[in-house]
Design a protein around this ligand. Structure first.
Ligand SMILES: Cc1cc2nc3c(=O)[nH]c(=O)nc-3n(C[C@H](O)[C@H](O)[C@H](O)COP(=O)(O)OP(=O)(O)OC[C@H]3O[C@@H](n4cnc5c(N)ncnc54)[C@H](O)[C@@H]3O)c2cc1C
Ligand code: FES
Length: 286
């Protein structure tokens, strides 16, 4: 069993938990994810590993309450335990395998949207620890929905905040912020974009316009997470790829975002119905 050690609501719908999982914590790398099954009858839910501490044997997950299964996960309290936590799954971020010489030539800009800020954190932390210049843009609809601001400030060189309504930082979206940062004289060899699919599509287009290579982390539907079911398939460079074993990170210039968004939304009606009928299986309410 995977015991929850701490729990904190970062916003009314986004929850951070640290979970005891020593073997997973010892093997985890930036860019990887895990799959949680809250109880024996639970759905398998992919979540990015937002931090890991091999010494303490813990991993951190940040879950946004969207539907039935994410609500079940958030309903757990410290001291209780998830039935299963499987991982680390997926490939680590590309920079993990770069030589010191390659790393010394990199200047990263990490662009995070909404709950995608949590997966960006271990990447910024790793790059900073390896002496690679790294700037971060965090975008959210309003100030109240910003997460990981102080944590991120501690692990990057420059932090740029933007909100759609201007309640914190620059008024505008991540795409506008990126254009401003580059116009102000910052230059980058690589962007990493993590957030909603539509945000990754348009931020990739902005990166292309600015001549910055872009990697995106695809939050496709996943079932087994081991390359067997095909639920996570995406078209990248005209070829079918499985996000769970060949990703979740891909070259954004090559991803067919429109197809990925269509596939992501294919069970919307069923999900809405499940959410409507949802009674928390673990007896803690919706
Ligand atoms: C590699 C990866 C990493 C992710 N990391 C995070 C994270 O760190 N934090 C976070 O809050 N969310 C993350 N997600 C998304 C998270 O898995 C979904 O929000 C969750 O599965 C929703 O389940 P639900 O029953 O609550 O919602 P539902 O009502 O069932 O579905 C709502 C929406 O969630 C998505 N979704 C539903 N089922 C799945 C599934 N089995 N696999 C993937 N997406 C699904 C779909 O877009 C769907 O339209 C990640 C997804 C992937 C693939
Ligand atoms: S989730 Fe089944 S093949 Fe990727």
């Amino acid at each position: 069993m995977y015991q929850i050690l701490t729990k904190e609501m970062l916003t009314p719908t986004i929850c951070r938990m640290s979970v005891r999982a020593p073997r997973l914590a010892a093997a985890a790398q930036p860019g990887q994810f895990l799959i949680v099954r809250a109880d024996e009858k639970g759905e398998r839910i992919p979540l990015t590993i937002s931090d890991y501490d091999a010494g303490r044997g813990t991993v951190t997950i940040v879950t946004q309450k969207i539907g039935a299964s994410s609500s079940d996960i958030i309903a757990f309290e410290p001291g209780e335990a998830f039935a299963d936590v499987v991982g680390p799954l997926g490939l680590p971020s590309e920079f993990v395998n770069m030589s010191p010489d390659e790393l010394s030539r990199q200047r990263y800009i990490l662009i995070a949207g909404g709950v995608g800020t949590a997966p960006v954190y271990p990447q910024a932390k790793w790059l900073k620890a390896h002496g690679v210049p790294v700037d971060v843009i965090i975008g959210a609809k309003t100030k109240d929905l910003l997460i990981y601001v102080e944590e991120m400030r501690a692990v990057c060189d420059n932090l740029f905040i933007c909100t759609d309504d201007g309640s914190a930082g620059f008024k505008g979206m991540g795409t506008n912020m990126l254009e401003k940062v580059v116009a102000d004289g910052h230059s980058y060899t690589q962007a990493v974009i993590i957030g909603p699919m539509i945000m990754m599509k348009f931020t990739t287009l902005t990166c292309r316009k600015l001549g910055i290579p872009a990697v995106v982390s695809l939050n496709t539907l996943m079932v087994d997470g081991t390359g067997m079911c095909g639920a996570c398939r995406v078209s990248v460079g005209g070829k079918t790829r499985f996000a769970c074993v060949e990703g979740p990170e891909f070259d954004g210039y090559e991803v067919d975002f429109d197809e990925a968004m269509r596939r992501q939304g294919q069970y919307k009606a069923e999900e809405a119905e499940a959410n409507e009928k949802h009674v928390c299986k673990i007896g803690r309410g919706k």
